[in-house]
Design a protein around this ligand. Structure first.
Ligand code: KG4
Ligand code: ZN
Length: 346
């Protein structure tokens, strides 16, 4: 079964064709991140206008890459209906509905957050149930128990800022630009390479929010305040320079990744799972991957760890199509609606 996935929940316009939920045939992503760099964050109106410009060229390119008659060879259409930015979502949803109407093909509505961890079904090593999934994106930090494809349970999430938001906001405080995750990661890597000795004497210490608490919740807004305090202190002492910025970036990344690993492991142990699945833009973070990788069975761990390659962590339509294959529940196109606040707590 070949599914055309369409994803427009935020600032990526994406279309992909996936076979049987596991094999990517084509995967095209156009991102308007460069535009948002100038404003230091996403302006929803600007993102929506870019979606309108890109959606048809992106779908056309996806079809072209598969060759003649691609549309006829598609069995169904999958589209992200939420959560996300309403203006952006509407572009994908209305386009997908139009294709369904014109071609008569079934259309499957997809929850963007659940779909994120289906990027792990596009990898060579397939996950086993039961699994714990951690979705870490710009707007979400959620833990799920996945008993089977049809049985998800929300275990916990963030009380305030999401992990990606914490990267983005602290990067702004450190003048590192947008998007914050890759910017913090790059600055942290420089500190790590150049200053091995200093790293062990790192005077800047940030909190690991809620790590000691015996629950599966997160909170990252305090981290941002702690960074602001350190930045002000450094500025007052005229020590806010490239080295201290890199040092702070290193500590931000250590703090966020420590908490994410700790809470995910707590969940994995409570529910005796076989696999840990990651998804979302923050899962592209190499330090996070490094910390999880040592928990893999060959390295002595108890769970198989599944982290998609970075281009499948950030927003794309391949995992939308994969999710739709495993939850093949089409509904009449007339009933498909964009839902910016679509629930994830199931
Ligand atoms: O899943 P995603 O592409 O879009 C949403 O659905 O939000 O996630 C975007 C988030 C941004 O906050 C970005 O800073 C973060 O993922 N991100 C990273 C990395 N790459 C993207 N965070 C940490 N390290 C990275 N390498
Ligand atoms: Zn996303």
């Amino acid at each position: 079964m070949r599914i055309l996935g369409i994803e427009t929940s935020c600032d990526e316009t994406a279309a992909a064709i996936v076979e049987n939920g596991t094999k990517i045939i084509t995967n095209v992503v156009s991102s308007s991140t460069k535009l948002h760099e100038k404003t230091g964050g996403i302006i929803p109106e600007v993102a929506a206008r870019e979606q309108i410009k890109c959606i048809i060229p992106v779908i056309n390119e996806t079809m072209k890459q598969w060759g003649n008659g691609a549309m006829e060879r598609i069995d169904a259409i999958a589209v992200t209906i939420g959560p996300g930015l309403i203006g952006s979502l509407l572009v994908g949803v209305e386009t997908a509905k139009t294709i369904a109407y014109v071609t008569g093909k079934p259309i499957i509505p997809v929850n963007h957050i659940f779909a994120h961890f289906y990027a792990n079904w596009l990898n060579k090593k397939l996950p086993q149930f039961p699994a714990v999934a951690l979705v870490v994106s710009g707007g979400h930090t959620e833990l799920f128990l996945i008993a089977s494809h049809n049985k998800f349970k929300w275990l916990g999430g963030t009380r305030d800022d999401a992990a990606g938001e914490a990267f983005d906001k602290t990067a702004r405080l450190l003048d590192l630009g947008y998007p914050g995750g890759p910017a913090i990661a790059a600055a942290a890597a420089k500190f790590r390479i150049k200053n091995l000795e200093l790293r062990f004497k790192n005077k800047i210490k940030l909190p690991r929010p809620m790590i000691e608490e015996d629950n599966l919740e997160f909170s990252f807004s305090g981290l941002k305040t702690a960074v602001l305090r350190e930045v002000n202190k450094l500025k007052n002492n005229k020590q806010f320079n490239r080295l201290t910025i890199q040092q702070l970036a290193y500590e931000v990344q250590e703090s966020i990744t420590d908490v994410l690993v700790d809470k995910t492991l707590k969940a994995a142990k409570i529910y005796h799972v076989k696999s840990i699945l990651l998804g979302g833009g923050v899962a592209a973070n190499l330090r996070l991957k490094e910390k999880f990788s040592i928990l893999n069975p060959p390295a002595g761990g108890r769970f198989s760890i599944h982290i998609p390659p970075p281009p499948l962590c950030t927003d794309n339509a391949a995992y939308i199509a994969s999710y739709a294959y495993f939850h093949n529940q089409p509904i009449p196109w007339q009933n498909i609606q964009a839902k910016p606040d679509l629930e994830v707590e199931v």
